[in-house]
Design a protein around this ligand. Structure first.
Ligand SMILES: [Ca+2]
Ligand SMILES: [Ca+2]
Ligand SMILES: [Ca+2]
Length: 246
């Protein structure tokens, strides 16, 4: 093969490679319209925000679309409480909303944190020391709340089987939702009569599909001893059968 022919082949090969790689090069140079979780590109360009966003507890819907987190940054208009709030980011639209507000959208007058979100992305549970998220909250300590992102209703969760208040006694209480948001599992004061470390609140006890209807929400103690006993049995089983993984 002559030198001239080789050069011609090389030119054609290089041209073909450039043609094939062009779309990738173009896409690499085009910034994503939204890449951030806590801040989008426009927010980033607007400048730094005071404060910081905590990563102690954050959660995501099952499909990865909705992400909840806590932050004391001023991430949304009207946030003037100067403390941590809970936020939800819609990763599909980029929308950012504050979750830790009352049903009438009044911002909390105290710290809110430790969010979790239902698998379907509709309900967010969080802990708050704010006293104005529920009209009946006069205990002066942390409570657990759940907010329906579709209806905008924020409901108090830490209520016992007989309507008594269940005070949270730990700084990071367990608060988790079932996939559809109907059930809230939470930890609270275990010193109440017949108390328990864990409680299960059923937000739709009459099973009509409407959550948090007055008179149709129940709380039941979770038998922690039974769980612990089961755990011990599993551990013993694991010792007896070390090849098994629990
Ligand atoms: Ca705030
Ligand atoms: Ca309270
Ligand atoms: Ca109902």
């Amino acid at each position: 093969m002559s030198l001239k022919h080789r050069h011609s082949c090389c030119v054609r090969t290089c041209a073909l490679l450039l043609f094939l790689l062009a779309p990738y090069a173009a896409s690499a140079q085009t910034p994503s319209p939204w890449t951030g979780v806590i801040r989008d590109d426009a927010e980033q360009t607007a400048g730094a925000f005071a404060g910081f966003s905590g990563t102690g507890q954050r959660a995501m819907s099952a499909d990865g679309r909705f992400l909840v987190f806590e932050s004391d940054r001023t991430l949304v208009a009207g946030d003037t409480n100067g403390t941590f709030d809970v936020f939800v980011r819609d990763r599909q639209t980029g929308a950012l909303a504050r979750v830790s507000v009352a049903t009438d959208d009044t911002e909390g007058d105290g710290l809110s944190q430790a969010p979790a979100i239902s698998a379907n992305g509709r309900h967010v549970v969080f802990q708050s020391v704010a006293s104005n998220l529920d009209l009946t909250d006069t205990n002066g300590v942390d409570d657990v709340y759940v907010r329906d992102l579709n209806t905008g209703v924020t409901s108090l969760v830490t209520i016992g089987p007989s309507g008594e208040r269940l005070n949270c006694t730990c700084s990071r209480p367990v608060a988790r939702l079932s996939g559809d948001g109907r059930f809230v599992l939470f930890s609270a004061d275990f010193s109440v009569a017949g108390g328990s470390l864990l409680w299960l609140r059923d937000r739709d006890a009459d099973q009509n599909g409407v959550f948090d209807e007055p008179g149709n929400v129940t709380t039941a103690a979770v038998d922690v001893a039974a769980i612990e006993g089961d755990l011990i049995a599993r551990c013993n089983n694991a010792v007896a059968w070390p090849h098994r993984i629990f």
